[in-house]
Design a protein around this ligand. Sequence first.
Ligand SMILES: [Zn+2]
Length: 290
Amino acid sequence: MPPSQEIIAARPRLMSLLEKAWDNLKKKSGSSKLEGRMMATAEEKLTLYIDKLIDKLVGNRKLDLRARGALQRIVFEPSKLLALRGYIRHGEIKDEEWAWTEQQSDDFKKRREYKALMEAVKQVQNQFATANPEYTLRTNTKYRSLDTQINLWNKNDTVKNLGGVLIKKSLEEIADYPEIPTDESLTKFRKFLKTQDIGGSPSNATPGLSDHGHLDAFDFAVMKGSVIVAGTSTKNNYQRENWDKPGWTEKLKNIIETVNKNLKDGRFEGPLHVGRLYEPWHYTYISMTK
Ligand SMILES: [Zn+2]
C-alpha cells in the first residue's frame, strides 16, 4: 500500500503507544516517584504520608467523608495538615456539629427556636446600645457555611503559621519512618499528629466544625457609627488593645450576664478563652430546646 495509507493503518497502534508513554511520564513526575524506586525528598515523603493517612482513616471510618471533602479543598500543605490534625483530635463528627447547608438553615428559620435566638441577640444589642450611648453592637446572624469556613481557613495567617510548625515537626518525626508508609508507621504518624503540641490554636475552627456553622456562636463587634471600634482581629495583641484596655470585654460580658437572666430557652456562654486562644467577641449560645 502507498506510504500515506500505511500510516493511517498504523494509527491505532501508534496512539496506544503514545498514551502509554504519557502515562509512564506522569507516573514518574508525580508522588509515585517512590514506586519508581527513586528517592523522594523529605517533603514528598511527608505528602505521601499525609495522603496515605487520609486514605487509611477514611477506610477505617475514622475520618468523615465530609472532612475528607474539605481537606481536598485546602491546597496549601501546612494548612491541610493542620486541618487533618484538627479532625483527628476532634474524633467522630456528629451531624449537628457540621456546617449547615442552605436548606438546613432555612428549616431552622421556620422553628420557634430561631425566633427565640434572634430575640436573645436583639436583647444583647439593645441593652448594649442603651448602656453605651453612641455605640452599637454588630453581629452576623447568618450561619457560616462550609465554603466560607474553608475560605477563612485558607487565608488565615495563624493557620499558615501553626501549619508550618506542624510541617517542620512532622518532617523531623517521619525522618526515620520507612519510605513507603506501612500500617504501623501510619498509626504512629496519626498518634504523633494527635498529641503534638504546636504552641497555639488557630483563630478559625477546623473547616466544617465552627460553632458559627449552625448559629451556635456569635461574634460581636463594637461600632461607633460605621467605624469598627472593637472588631475580631487576633493580630498585634488586638484583643488586649481594643477590647480589654478600653473596657469593652467587661462591658459586653456584663450585658450578656444581664440578658442571660431574662432568657428562658437558652443562654450565652463566653467569651471564648481556651489556652492561648482568646476571643473576647465570641459567645456561644446554648439552647435548651434545640
Ligand atoms: Zn467566633
